[in-house]
Structure formats: structure tokens, C-alpha cells
Design a protein around this ligand. Structure first.
Ligand code: ZN
Length: 202
């Protein structure tokens, strides 16, 4: 369970509040967007100024909402480049970024600048792509973050804890957006077994 950071509360210490970076990562169906929404909702309720961004490439659902798989949603601003966030988030206290793995690699610098300027930055995304490799800027973001939360799905084959997004079709395209029809959450063993079967029987 993620414990909300205690530093940065209003009225404590001297001078302006410090910012920080939180990363929420996991496979598809791990609920990383739900966890992002949970944290952002708490900030909303506390009447903090919250802005949410996602890459324009993610057009699976409605354009302006960060929509999670269980229909929880909050409005977000789609942006093309990570650098766009700097300008658009200048007045906010809390910055949420969803589907971070699809942003360009400037995202790491952008998150650092936002946190340096005193903001709480919460980034959610897939930590690995369909082949089990670190995805986009996620590994670098995990390194520079104060807090990293890895959330898990359940393996559809065996019911163990799943960390991998197994792609059922053979496309080699890293950015392939899809839902339940194209991916399964799998544990390490069922993921590697599936990858081997696909290699042997393409
Ligand atoms: Zn399994």
C-alpha cells in the first residue's frame, strides 16, 4: 500500500515546499491508471490545483479523459510533446501524467523541472513493452523518482501475480494500442512460455 508522502505539507518548515516525483508502473490490467486517479482525486478533494496530461497517441477512448478500465475517469489534456506539459502545468500544484511510456524522452527532464519547481508529479505507465523490455522513459523516471509503486495484474493462465503484458498477435510494433483482445496479463513463467511458443510457431 502506498503511503502518501509527508514532506511538503503546508505550514511546515521554512521557505517554499519541495516537489517530488511518484511513479506508478506495471503491466496492462495492473490498475496503474486507477491508482493514478485515486491519488489525483485525493488532491482534488483537498482543493489542490491538479492538471492531468496524456500523450495524443493514446486515443483508445474519449479524447479529453484519462479513462481507466473500470470507468473511473478524470478530464485530461492530450499533448503531443512532453515539453508542452511544462507550459501548461505552470500554475498547478499537482501534475498527473498517464500513459507515460508513449511520451518522447524529454519527459524525464520535464518531470525533473516540474518537481524542482515545487510540484508533486505523479506519473503512470507501462514499465515493460510486449517483449518484456523497459518501455520508453519509464526506467529513467523510476530512477529519478522519490517514490516508485509497482502494481500487478493476475496471470490469466495460472492465477499468479502478473508483471508482463503478453501480446496475442505477432505484430512487432511497440506502440500497438489495444484491449483485452490483443493482450493478456501473464506471470513470468507463462509469459516466457508464450513467447517461446510464438517463436516456434509463428
Ligand atoms: Zn502464469
Amino acid at each position: 500500500m502506498f503511503i502518501e508522502p509527508h514532506f511538503g505539507r503546508k505550514g511546515e518548515g521554512k521557505g517554499p515546499k519541495t516537489g517530488w516525483i511518484e511513479v506508478i508502473c506495471g503491466s496492462m490490467f495492473s490498475g496503474n491508471t486507477e491508482e493514478l486517479i485515486r491519488r489525483l482525486n485525493r488532491a482534488f478533494i483537498a482543493q489542490q490545483h491538479v492538471e492531468i496530461f496524456k500523450p495524443i497517441v493514446d486515443t483508445r477512448y474519449h479524447d479529453l479523459d484519462v479513462v481507466s478500465h473500470n470507468e473511473n475517469k478524470i478530464r485530461s489534456t492530450p499533448v503531443q510533446f512532453a515539453n508542452d506539459i511544462l507550459l501548461l502545468a505552470s500554475n498547478s500544484e499537482v501534475v498527473g501524467i498517464d500513459e507515460a511510456q508513449f511520451f518522447d524522452d524529454q519527459l524525464v527532464e520535464v518531470c525533473i523541472k516540474l518537481a524542482d519547481s515545487g510540484k508533486r508529479v505523479i506519473v503512470a505507465g507501462l514499465d515493460m513493452d510486449f517483449s518484456g523490455r523497459p518501455f520508453g522513459s519509464m526506467p529513467a523516471l523510476m530512477a529519478v523518482a522519490e517514490f516508485v509503486t509497482k502494481v500487478h495484474a493476475i496471470c490469466v493462465i495460472c492465477g499468479d501475480v502478473a508483471s508482463y503484458s503478453f501480446r496475442l498477435n505477432q505484430s512487432k510494433e511497440q506502440v500497438l494500442l489495444g484491449e483485452t483482445q490483443e493482450y493478456e496479463a501473464r506471470c513470468r513463467r507463462c509469459f516466457t512460455n508464450g513467447m517461446r511458443e510464438q517463436k516456434e510457431d509463428p
